[in-house]
Design a protein around this ligand. Sequence first.
Ligand SMILES: [Fe+2]
Length: 437
Amino acid sequence: MSSDMDEFRYLSGFGSEFSTEDPRCPNSLPKGQNSPQTCPYGLYAEQLSGSAFTAPRTENRRTWLYRILPSIGHKPFKKFHKENFESNWDDVEPNPNQMRWMPFDFPAKKTDFVEGINTICGAGNPKSKLGLAIHVYSCNVSMKNRAFYNSDGDFLIVPQQGKLVIKTEFGRLQVSPNEICVIQQGMRFQILLSEPSRGYILEVFGKHFTLPDLGPIGANGLANPRDFLTPVAKYEDIQEEFEIVAKYQRKLFVCTQNHSPFDVVAWHGNYVPYKYDLKNFMVINSVSFDHCDPSIFTVLTCQSDKPGTAIADFVIFPPRWSVQENTFRPPYYHRNCMSEFMGLIDGKYEAKEGGFLPGGATLHSIMTPHGPDINCFQKASKEELKPTRVAEGSQGFMFESCLSLAVTEWGSKTCQKLDADYYKCWEGLKRNFTGPK
Ligand SMILES: [Fe+2]
């Protein structure tokens, strides 16, 4: 017998105006207005704003929810005790070294998604709505009668292992490894598991993710808008005690209410959760010579006010053909005015085939040198330059930011995954200088 959690239906498009009704309640969306004197089926109307009321039309985000009870029906918030979730990274001594973390552990005891989040690094502050945080999560049980929302910003969730079923106010998503999802500021959600799950979270404060401009690429390519999927309305009518956990100004709070928050029967708007399958990414690369900058692999971007400069880019390194002639094909050695945090969903990363493992991570901070390890350099300097598949069976990704990321106490010590020998992968790079002729 299939349960209602086996069915997932979606609306397609990025930034679209959607409208959806749970088929059990036809005509539950008010016709021609948002807030009639009484709503169909005795529902409450509630607006969720994702931008200032007066934001330009191209950036204006809001959704109208028609629900059994409004969100206000809850008891007061109290502190929710959870260590290592946005602990204050500004109190930790800065460390410019290249960092590599071995795969993060699965929890030894029962841990749900909220309990299983630990913060590795971050910059800025949600109070001033500028900055980001990078977390990893590792969990083995479903959230039970517990929902979470984030007042501080948006979550981009990258499962590395284990499928997630995400119940939201908007409907239900299923997100497997090699898919990602974005749950935006204020949206309530609950994560259900059928197996242990581990992954990465990029949180941005004060701004939302958009698709990158394509410039001369043209109207199509990279992540195409129609491949972003938003759930259709699906409500539950459960009158039991629920916990609502809120992240507010980098601290967690909890309140209770006597009904499920997933009671939205119909909704319309353009402020929504969505998912994206990374295998739908149309990859662009050089077909003549040289290694393109990784910006060609940008799936989503969260732009700062400085043109072309991202608070956070989500960049992937998918399987593709490499065909460049007379070229050192792997990533070049470089120093960057941006911070680069990398994770690996599966397989082997092309520039470092050992040490950087699925479920692990690296951080190359602003102006800290990095590049291919010695084995990669030697191999790529000599290999025959025939057309080659690269990153086959693999999926690496990068969170790149113009901000200077600071590593938390958990990231630098508590997790005990930092690899003190990382620098050794560049030791032994030989002088090849031939001298003047
Ligand atoms: Fe880099």
